[in-house]
Design a binder for this molecule. Structure first.
Ligand SMILES: [Zn+2]
Length: 507
């Protein structure tokens, strides 16, 4: 006997079972049992018991490696019922056992010093300009070097990219008044992380120049390369041997330098008229988190946190315009909101594949109504849209009212979802300029979703903020048609002097 198909199932109902004699009923039941076992087994497949990759594991599953037959909290789609306990610790799919060690070099292991033989291309002198005590201009003739350090910097010319090594000399000058004044490397923002041995401080006295720092962070954040791969690339392609620790510091430094830029972007987005919002799961050292994006035509802001409304309010504090979003509860108190219709259409498509004939028929009608609405809006921007859409909207409401009590749960849920959020679903009828899908936000999250699958998220709060800040600045630069890397390099150079950079220009 072949496996039961959808068509076979559609023919079965209680009346059919009643009509069967005992022997046949047992046959049919065991046939159904086989199907059930088969489906359950397939449902429970994950990276630990099949050849499926870890990226295909359900992020909402708490313990993918453990007994999967335990109760799983599944993603309750689109509604007020989203109740995933966000603070709960989940085990990362690739981690077999909780490792007790800290990341990085272990205490007592052999250290690595600088292995490069430094050949200096240029000596860059730094003199104090005026006496710190009496403010008289100082003459460089009496200057003496008191400290210095080497830097590597990327030099990009047409059809050429190379690393140059500079030696920075800092001079001290004794004034006529007897006071000695020293030129000192600039310093900026300090990022604190609890329990870290050495704080991350923006300073000019580091080995990697602003452009090379930007290049390294681009390889990591934009091109999704691991620290180890970046080390390999720099070594083979540029002849530059630097440690994984230095590479990590560069990426963090670039992100920290972008913090003030993100503050500016948050201020700017309050004045926008239309924003898209979406969120995707994220991990921060095994903790379940969310990566949010708030994006307008000219500005994109990413942040990592819980899924609480309060976190979102920190970014859209004074926002008064329209929001395009999915049906998640955190958005529901906004009156000026358009629901993403593509989400609803995808759910309606799923219902059209139902076994139940009645649900299938209603699903098709629902899908039709939604599609016709979109067509009507896109075709007739000028003519009175309300008149054209009126009957379509009534039709949609009717179908939902019939569907909300249907025995097929998917149809029932979707109908109720549409009715519960009715104003946001049809907001576009009275405001024809509103987009009908949340594609902008979803597209803006794609890059990070792929990165999550490769890296399994970030490790610290600082790492999360760094990653989100870099994404925000890069994406905003692209929206504003600016070169993100020149801007970030400039931001790092200024940040190392403690200066806040100018806002990202709009061209
Ligand atoms: Zn003086």
């Amino acid at each position: 006997m072949g496996r039961l198909t959808k068509k076979d199932l559609a023919q079965m109902n209680e009346a059919y079972f009643e009509s069967l004699d005992h022997e046949r009923l047992v046959k049919v039941a065991s046939n159904l049992l086989n199907l059930g076992i088969n489906l359950i087994e397939r449902l429970e497949q994950n990276s630990s018991n099949s050849s499926k990759p870890p990226s295909s594991d359900n992020p909402f599953d708490k313990a993918t490696n453990k007994d999967t037959s335990k109760e799983k909290p599944s993603k309750k789609e689109e509604g007020n019922t989203k109740s995933v306990s966000e603070e709960e610790k989940i085990e990362l799919p690739q981690v077999k056992e909780e490792s007790k060690g800290t990341p990085g070099r272990q205490v007592g292991s052999k250290g690595f010093g600088r292995t490069l033989i430094l050949e200096c291309d240029e000596i860059v002198p730094h003199y104090p300009s005026n006496c710190n005590a009496c403010d008289v201009e100082l003459s460089q003739t009496r200057a003496s070097v008191y400290t210095g350090y080497y830097t590597y910097e990327l030099e990009i010319r047409e059809l050429e990219i190379r690393v140059v090594c500079n030696l920075h000399h800092y001079y001290a000058i004794v004034c006529d008044c007897g006071h000695e004044t020293r030129a000192v490397p600039g310093t900026g923002y300090v990022s604190y992380v609890e329990g870290r041995k050495k704080e991350l401080k923006l300073t000019e006295a580091v080995m990697v120049g602003p452009l090379l720092t930007t290049f390294i962070s681009a390889l990591s954040v934009r091109y999704r390369m691991s620290r180890v791969k970046i080390k390999e690339l720099l070594s083979y392609w540029l002849g530059l041997d630097i440690s994984v620790g230095t590479i990590d510091r560069c990426i963090r430094e670039a992100g920290v330098a972008c913090f003030p830029v993100v503050e500016q972007l948050i201020e700017e987005i309050q004045k926008e008229e239309l924003i898209h919002i979406d969120e995707t799961p994220w991990y921060e050292k095994g903790m379940f988190r969310w990566l949010w994006v708030v994006i307008s035509k000219m500005t994109a802001i990413y942040f990592i946190g819980t899924r609480k409304k309060e976190e979102l309010l920190l970014v859209i504090t004074a926002y008064m315009g329209w929001i395009v979003s999915d049906g998640y509860g955190a958005y529901r108190h906004y009156e000026k909101r358009q629901r993403c219709l593509a989400h609803l259409i995808r759910k309606a498509v799923a219902i059209t594949g139902a076994v139940d004939e009645e649900a299938k028929k209603l699903g098709n009608e629902l899908l039709d109504a939604l599609r016709q609405l979109i067509k009507a809006i896109s075709e007739e921007k000028e003519v009175d849209v309300r008149k054209r859409c009126g009957p379509l909207i009534d039709k949609l409401e009717n179908i939902c009212n019939i569907g909300k009590d249907n025995r097929y749960s998917k149809l029932r849920d979707l109908s109720r979802e549409i009715l519960n959020d009715w104003d946001a679903v049809v907001a576009f009828v009275n405001n024809t300029e509103l987009p009908l899908t949340n594609n902008e936000a979803e597209r803006a999250l794609r890059h990070a979703v792929i990165a999550r699958r490769i890296s399994f998220g970030t490790r610290t709060n600082e790492g999360s903020r760094v990653y989100a800040s870099l994404l925000s600045v890069i994406e905003t630069c692209l929206l504003r048609k600016q070169n993100p890397w020149t801007y970030i390099a400039k931001t790092i150079a200024l940040g190392r002097k403690g200066i806040t950079p100018a806002a990202i220009p709009v061209s």
